[in-house]
Design a protein around this ligand. Structure first.
Ligand code: HEC
Ligand code: HEC
Length: 388
């Protein structure tokens, strides 16, 4: 939000780069200070990215909880989250200097207030060009068991994914060697790399690992929905104690919950308490898909965590609000050879595209339920916010 300041500071940054200050290990700006002009403001004591994500895993995410997703964690053994690593990742995530002309950061397209997505249908890259798809929300990326990223899953790990926007000619327009040199010339980076990885050396591998650590730390566990798991930890969630009757009806429509009334089995794709899928799916957006996604119009099923903050919806942002999404599943599912059987009458490959004939009450209940997945503390948490 302060482009004029960044522009003024850039020449200074380039000068220090040219003077080869890539090893300013002893610089005063460590993770415990925020002294460098134009550098990030970081707390004296690092925020905690580890304990809440590992030791104090929310009950529904821990090993013994019903429907737990701990087994879905895609963290590689070689890159566990550390506080210093995620702190560096946060700085990189919000640093516009990761783009060729210092205009765009990861956080420009993945906005905290919007569930780490973008309210625009397509996002603007560093030269004002449009991305080809809608920016994805990032909550609970950690709990996607397949561990593949992007709408078409073309990145096979998160560590691989996070380097791609940097090199994308529309998004950030850098090469990785250019980025390594550029970051080494910014006085606040070598100490952050030192703290995270034990030496100030800046490599693309370390950049990838730190960014992935920060993204994996974006775990949502404080929504209204989550409160039901805290009524009696270890026991099945008590939704009736937490949700309104309308939200309860929506939960039951979404997937069998209290067994009372109709269910549409949205949870067959948006499953587990992370509301994320086990495979790519074709959810009937087009009879003849324009964008083939992972093949045959199949796309990654996004986690529905914070979905109400993430309009517009789907890979191309075609639906402006949740009502339009529900109407799609109600009356708009398009038949095609690749349409999932789960969206066909009878749930069988031979069935016609589903027509749910939902009442207004049922549609409103579904939207009310989706709103219970909004994690307001997460959108306000300073440890996930822009430090610049
Ligand atoms: C110019 C906008 C833009 C910028 C900048 C950007 N992204 Fe994205 N991001 C997107 C879009 C659009 C997609 C979906 C692209 C696709 O699937 O083809 C995406 C997808 C992702 C995903 C995949 C999520 C999933 O569930 O599969 C992750 C993770 C991600 N971005 C992280 C980052 C990080 C880290 C950075 C900074 C290094 C970054 N993004 C920079 C727009 C952006
Ligand atoms: C066959 C699997 C499947 C079923 C069943 C299913 N969905 Fe989806 N859903 C998807 C896929 C795949 C996407 C993303 C499609 C795309 O963007 O191309 C999606 C996207 C969404 C989105 C938009 C998310 C975003 O970030 O843009 C919402 C909301 C949603 N689904 C809700 C529901 C509801 C409610 C139901 C039940 C009525 C349901 N889904 C049933 C597969 C499914």
């Amino acid at each position: 939000m302060r482009p004029q300041i960044l522009t003024l500071l850039l020449p200074i940054a380039l000068v220090s780069c040219a003077s080869g200050s890539g090893s300013t290990t002893g610089a005063s700006n460590g993770p415990g200070s925020s002294a460098v002009v134009g550098g990030p403001n970081l707390p004296a004591t690092s925020y905690d990215y580890v304990a809440y994500a590992v030791t104090n895993l929310p009950t529904q995410y821990s090993a013994n909880a019903p429907g737990n997703v701990a087994g879905a964690d895609n963290t590689p053994p070689a890159n566990p989250i550390t506080n210093a690593g995620a702190t560096l990742g946060r700085v990189l995530f919000y640093d516009k200097r990761l783009s060729a002309n210092d205009s765009v950061s990861c956080g420009s397209c993945h906005q905290q207030a919007h569930g780490f997505s973008d309210p625009h249908r397509l996002s603007l890259g560093f030269q004002g060009g449009n991305t080809t798809r809608h920016a994805m929300g990032l909550a609970n990326a950690k709990f996607y068991a397949r561990g593949h990223f992007f709408w078409d899953e073309r990145a096979s790990t998160l560590e691989e994914q996070v380097l791609q926007p940097i090199q994308n000619s529309v998004e950030m327009g850098m090469t990785l060697p250019q980025l390594e040199t550029k970051l080494a010339g910014l006085t606040y980076y070598p100490p952050l790399f030192q703290a995270a990885f034990g030496s100030p050396v800046i490599t693309q591998d370390r950049i990838a690992r730190a960014l992935a650590q920060f993204v994996r730390s974006l775990v949502s566990y404080q929504s209204k929905y989550d409160q039901a798991f805290k009524v009696a930890p270890g026991a099945p969630p008590n939704f009736a104690a937490v949700l309104t009757p309308q939200e309860l009806q929506g939960l039951q429509l979404f997937g069998p919950a209290n067994g009372v009334g109709r269910t549409l089995r949205c949870d067959q794709c948006h499953g587990t308490p992370a509301h994320i899928a086990a495979n790519v799916e074709n959810n009937g957006l087009d009879a003849v898909p324009v964008d083939l996604g992972a093949g045959g119009g199949r796309f990654k099923v996004p986690s529905l965590r914070n979905v109400a903050l993430r309009a517009p919806f789907m890979h191309d942002g075609r639906f402006a609000n949740l009502d339009a999404v529900i109407e799609h599943y109600n009356s708009g599912v398009q038949d095609s050879p690749n349409l999932s059987p789960r969206l066909r009458a009878g749930g069988t490959p031979a069935g016609a595209a589903q027509r749910l004939n939902l009442s207004t009450e049922e549609k409103d209940a579904l939207v009310a339920f989706l709103n219970t997945l909004t994690d307001n503390p997460m959108q306000a948490d300073p440890k996930f916010a822009n430090p610049f």
